[in-house]
Write a protein of this length. Structure first.
Ligand SMILES: NC(=O)c1ccc[n+]([C@@H]2O[C@H](COP(=O)([O-])OP(=O)(O)OC[C@H]3O[C@@H](n4cnc5c(N)ncnc54)[C@H](O)[C@@H]3O)[C@@H](O)[C@H]2O)c1
Ligand SMILES: O=P(O)(O)OC[C@@H](O)[C@@H](O)[C@H](O)[C@H](O)CO
Length: 387
């Protein structure tokens, strides 16, 4: 089996590429970072440090690399069996026209073998959104053929992989936590579902996507924003601060009650899931900066993302939301001149006021009672009358 993976970054090398390669699949990475691609194409292998109480270094072998803007990519798409991505949600629309060209080439070459596409991004049904972008660039007469021969498989991915500095200066070396979870929607594959150790097919993906995004990522983001607010640089140090931990746990419990009601999760198991996540944030073997986890605050304040979607759920199911509201206000308080979206957020708040800025970003109606509460907490934080 052959796979083309877009994005040779942390998750690409440290998680998805590794699982595929471990399963005996020939993986080619496509990336815009020429230095990384050259290194992969020259060495055909790289080390992954799996760190925890028992740390190991594993070598991912038999991999290749190509520049994602080269024409060669089209040939790959025309022939591979699996196409995966871990590029970031904002990049999917950018690479969609290339995928469409590859599909056209696949069709024109008479390749009717199944191809499955899986976007491994922190998004709700990211592959389905990717499909829409790909279809915008496909001629109408090819759409039916594409629906028959190509599976667009949604997934949930969970493994904390921050950028790490290699002691030997190896630009391909990546450091990952021991935990990993890759869940895919078994109902969306075309052809036989490949057996890949560590990839779990399920028939109720939405429950898994929301459980992960609205627990781990909700808690992670709030840890990052409250950490930043308190001048703390790493997720571990932030979550070890008792005041922050209380709010983060509280926010995960609030979103948890929504999830329990929505998906009928077992309450005890869900609370254990939250505790496990808190211990993962504390991982002493990883250095994860609050700036990485807080990156792109406008995306994170979006209607379908980790802060607003669970907050709206608390109204739907009539559960408490004090801590989620603090998380949202902390996100609005995030300032980082190295983060394009943080700069844009600050500008929007300065120009329009926090209320208007928040409503524009989150899609929440200005008359919704949430808005006033968020504004109150935001202002208290601005006046340093907060944790
Ligand atoms: N790092 C984590 O802990 C983690 C865990 C789960 C999910 N994710 C998700 O995985 C995705 C990737 O995150 P990451 O942390 O690996 O980011 P990253 O920045 O380390 O990797 C992204 C890679 O995509 C490449 N890229 C950018 N534009 C491209 C293009 N046009 N074509 C090909 N490659 C391109 C970049 O050069 C980079 O190598 C995100 O959606 C993130 O939310 C990350
Ligand atoms: O990648 P983002 O920006 O959507 O979110 C930042 C982190 O919360 C995220 O990368 C986690 O580390 C990851 O989702 C763990 O599985």
């Amino acid at each position: 089996m052959q796979a083309l993976h877009f994005g040779a970054g942390n998750i690409g090398r440290g998680f998805i590429g590794k699982l595929l390669s471990d399963a005996g699949i020939q993986v080619t990475f496509a990336d815009v970072n020429q230095e990384i691609i050259d290194a992969i194409a020259t060495r055909h292998e790289y080390p992954v440090n799996v760190v925890g109480e028992q740390s190991t270094t594993e070598i991912v072998k038999n991999v290749d690399g190509i520049n994602s803007t080269s024409n060669e990519v089209i040939d790959y798409i025309a022939s591979v069996d699996l196409l995966t991505t871990a590029v970031g949600p904002q990049i999917l629309a950018r690479i969609a026209p290339t995928i469409a060209q590859g599909i056209i080439a696949r069709h024109n070459r008479g390749n009717s073998k199944p191809l499955n596409i899986i976007a491994c991004e922190n998004m709700v049904r990211g592959t389905s959104q990717f499909k829409q972008e790909i279809f915008k660039a496909l001629p109408e007469e090819l759409q039916q053929w594409t629906n028959t021969h190509i599976g667009f498989v949604d997934s949930a991915v969970d493994r904390i992989v921050p950028p790490a500095t290699s002691k030997t200066g190896d630009i391909l070396e990546v450091t990952v936590e021991t935990f990993s979870e890759w869940i895919v929607d078994e109902t969306q594959f075309v052809g036989i579902i490949p057996t890949i150790k560590g990839m779990q097919p399920v028939d109720n993906l939405m429950a898994f996507v929301e459980r992960k995004l609205f627990t781990l990522n909700t808690g992670h983001a709030i840890t990052a924003y409250l950490g930043f607010y308190n001048g703390i640089g790493t997720i571990r140090d932030a979550i070890l601060d008792e005041r922050i931990r209380l709010i983060v746990r509280g926010a995960m419990e609030e979103s948890g009650l929504v999830l329990i009601k929505r998906y009928n999760f077992d309450e005890q198991k869900h609370m254990a899931y939250i505790e496990k996540i808190l211990s993962r944030f504390e991982n002493p073997y990883l250095q994860d900066d609050t700036a990485r986890v807080g990156r792109q605050p406008i995306r994170k304040l979006g209607a379908d993302d980790r802060l607003i979607k669970p907050l709206l759920g608390t109204f739907e199911y009539q559960v408490k939301n004090t801590n989620l509201l603090i998380g949202v206000a902390a996100a609005l308080n995030y300032r980082n001149n190295d983060d394009e979206q943080a700069v844009k957020l600050e500008k929007l708040i300065t120009e329009k006021g926090v209320k208007q800025a928040f409503c524009e970003i989150s899609g929440i109606d200005v008359n919704n009672s949430i808005v006033m509460k968020v504004e109150e907490i935001y202002t208290a934080m601005q006046d340093h009358q907060f944790v």
